[in-house]
Design a protein around this ligand. Structure first.
Ligand code: NAP
Length: 333
């Protein structure tokens, strides 16, 4: 059967009320230019933060242009090369775009990976961008200590699941917040957290107070909104808030609402620090080695939610905003 060349292209900006993406069947890519490589893609990462790349509001990266291939992390195999850095048969990960085949400049944000060291899908999750986000956000900004109380929101998701397991290894008391009983059971039974809160079950303020009788020392925020506001009210003096993301506010990037309880930052002398994983690009080898070691030792588990077929990209993307995924959402090609 003839090979299919598929691309996911950006159709509308978020909040327009219409479909966000087109799925396009493309021609075979043209001949390569110097420094370019051709990748046959094996996995594409789906991330809530793509809403920020789709929006035209100022961010840490330029917006994806309408009609362009959607920006995405991926894992691919080099099938043609005009680069000294990457040879045919090698595997790489980086910004490849949401497409079945990618022509990329080998001098861009790409790193070689060893397909024998770990399953390729892990380079999208635990040994990929979201794993490093959970790891560096927790170890460098949260810095939990034995005896402290750490709370992580979207704790059964890609970043949250790593952040809460890393916190658990520090000896802190760790509380995860997730949607639904199944995810909460997983946080306790699979990750060994001390408590889990189903934020869909009842008022989050009461549940947090009950689960954190000694207050909160580190709050790792993936969701913003009401949960951030509730956490602010339980923060101990000099506590840290790690601002990783705000998925509850991504429907329309232009209308994100900040916390009403922000005066707690003043009255409790809190530190609230945002970051992106790109801040830690130079430290990826260190984070990757540590997470791989913990995973081999059974101290950290990498959860993956794999969907087959690039044509399912739009539906799988929507799943991230209704809690349908557990662990890292990945498209397998
Ligand atoms: N700073 C960085 O460099 C960086 C890098 C990667 C990701 N992030 C951010 O980290 C966060 C998590 O990303 P991820 O890739 O790990 O995604 P994820 O957690 O695997 O998936 C998103 C999860 O968010 C939860 N959610 C969705 N809508 C929600 C809402 N309105 N209120 C509360 N929870 C909601 C859902 O879980 P439930 O079933 O529990 O509701 C859903 O499964 C996002 O905010 C993302 O933008 C930041």
């Amino acid at each position: 059967m003839a090979e299919k060349y598929l691309q996911i292209r950006l159709k509308n900006r978020p909040g327009s009320g219409s479909d966000d993406f087109w799925t396009i069947t493309n021609d075979k890519p043209c001949a390569l230019e110097d420094h370019q490589i051709l990748l046959k893609m094996h996995y594409i990462s789906l991330d809530p933060g793509m809403k920020g790349w789709m929006s035209d509001k100022k961010s840490y990266m330029p917006p994806v242009n309408l009609t362009d291939v959607m920006r995405a992390f991926g894992v691919g195999e080099v099938i043609d090369s005009r680069s000294d850095q990457f040879k045919i048969g090698q595997f790489v990960t980086g910004f490849t775009g949401a497409q079945s085949h990618a022509v990329v400049d080998a001098r861009g944000f790409l790193r070689p990976i060893d397909p024998d060291a770990a399953p390729l899908s892990h380079y999208m999750g635990g040994l990929g961008m979201t794993g490093f986000t959970g790891y560096f956000g927790m170890t460098d900004i949260g810095r939990p200590k034995t005896g402290e109380t750490v709370v992580v929101s979207a704790a059964a998701g890609a970043v949250g699941s790593i952040a809460c397991q890393v916190a658990n290894l520090s000896g802190a008391r760790v509380v995860g917040i997730a949607g639904g009983e199944k995810k909460c059971n997983l946080l306790i039974e699979e990750f060994g957290l001390d408590a889990a809160i189903d934020y869909k079950k009842g008022p989050i303020d009461e549940a947090l107070k009950e689960a954190c009788p000694d207050g909160i020392d580190v709050y790792f925020d993936n969701v913003g909104g009401d949960i951030l506001d509730a956490a602010l009210m339980q923060m101990n003096r000099l506590a840290r808030i790690v601002l990783c993301g705000g998925v509850s506010q991504y429907d329309d990037w232009h209308k994100a609402v900040g916390p009403a309880n922000y005066m707690q930052i003043v009255t409790q002398s809190l530190t609230m620090r945002g970051f992106t994983m790109m801040d830690y690009s130079a430290q990826i080898p260190e984070g990757s080695a540590q997470l791989a070691q913990w995973q081999r030792e059974g101290k950290v588990k990498f959860l993956e939610h794999i969907v087959d077929g690039l044509e399912n990209f739009p539906a799988a993307f929507d799943t991230l905003f209704n809690g349908g995924n557990t662990g890292k959402m990945i498209i397998r090609l």
